[in-house]
Write a protein that binds this ligand. Structure first.
Ligand SMILES: [Fe+2]
Length: 268
């Protein structure tokens, strides 16, 4: 069964980790955002969740969910994004019963507000919540469960806290380079080295890393805290072009106008 599914799942060898977990990494090219689909396909209901869906690609994601016979129960965000509008609002209007999730610390609206230590169950699988502020005040990392019946190696969905060979900027949205440094070192680099890291974005074509790899090769987070702070203070990045549209929309989890199509919403 496993070989059979692997043969047509995708060209990526990272699509299937166990007979229970269905995992897909999906890409939105305008904002270089990754959306992740996880489901417990061993459970009769095949409950599923989407992490960081984007409004423009909601149709694609929901078609995939339907084709795979999954029951979507959660649409969740790692943080309030500044570069795109979340798809969670649209998902909720298209699939009745789906609950949106974001951290309480983000001060945004959602059906479920989570905090560090919370567990998000889907079937017999679960994600644990780790608070990783610094890129924004409310950033969290979702990590697959630490138990024998959960996927191995563990997987961490880091949002913009830790990117592959990089990290999110810290100059907007309550960001703090000191806080980000401490978050990554205390909440992500303490995970087993083989833990797979799945960020919210990649701009160079990387798809996955590991804790061990970033501890060795991340050009920012391998430095000491003072040097890290200096690097982050001197990035000279342009003002995020979507921030004034995306942040207000995402503070209500994308439910700015449920009847508006994504493109109409973006042009307002
Ligand atoms: Fe972000």
């Amino acid at each position: 069964m496993r070989n059979h599914t692997a043969s047509f799942s995708s060209s990526s060898s990272s699509s299937w980790y166990s007979n229970k977990l269905l995992f897909r990494q999906l890409f939105e090219k305008e904002s270089s955002t990754y959306t992740y689909l996880l489901a417990d396909v061993d459970h009769p209901d095949k409950p599923a969740l989407l992490i960081d869906p984007v409004d423009r690609t909601v149709d694609r994601d929901l078609t995939l969910v339907k084709e795979l016979g999954l029951k979507l129960i959660y649409a969740m965000n790692t943080h309030v994004h500044a570069d795109h509008i979340t798809g969670t609002g649209l998902v909720k209007t298209r699939v009745p019963g789906v609950k949106s999730i974001i951290s309480k610390a983000s001060k945004s609206k959602a059906d479920v507000l989570i905090e560090a230590g919370d567990k998000i169950h889907f079937g017999d699988l679960f994600l644990e919540v780790r608070a990783t502020p610094g890129h924004t005040l409310g950033c969290v990392t979702y990590v697959t469960g630490d138990a024998p019946d959960q996927p191995q190696p563990r997987m961490a969905f880091t949002g913009d806290a830790l990117l592959i060979r990089g990290c999110g900027r810290t100059d907007f949205q309550g960001g703090s380079s000191q806080q980000l440094y401490q978050s990554v070192h205390s909440q992500i680099f303490t995970l087993p080295k083989e833990t797979l890291l799945y960020p919210a974005h990649d701009y160079k074509g990387f798809t996955v890393s590991t804790v061990g790899e970033e501890m060795l090769y991340n050009p920012r987070l391998t430095k000491d805290e003072e040097e890290f702070k200096s690097i982050m203070a001197n990035l000279n990045l342009p003002y995020p072009k979507m921030i004034d549209i995306a942040v207000p929309a995402n503070m209500v989890c994308g439910l700015q106008d449920p009847s508006a199509k994504p493109d109409e919403a973006l042009s307002k």
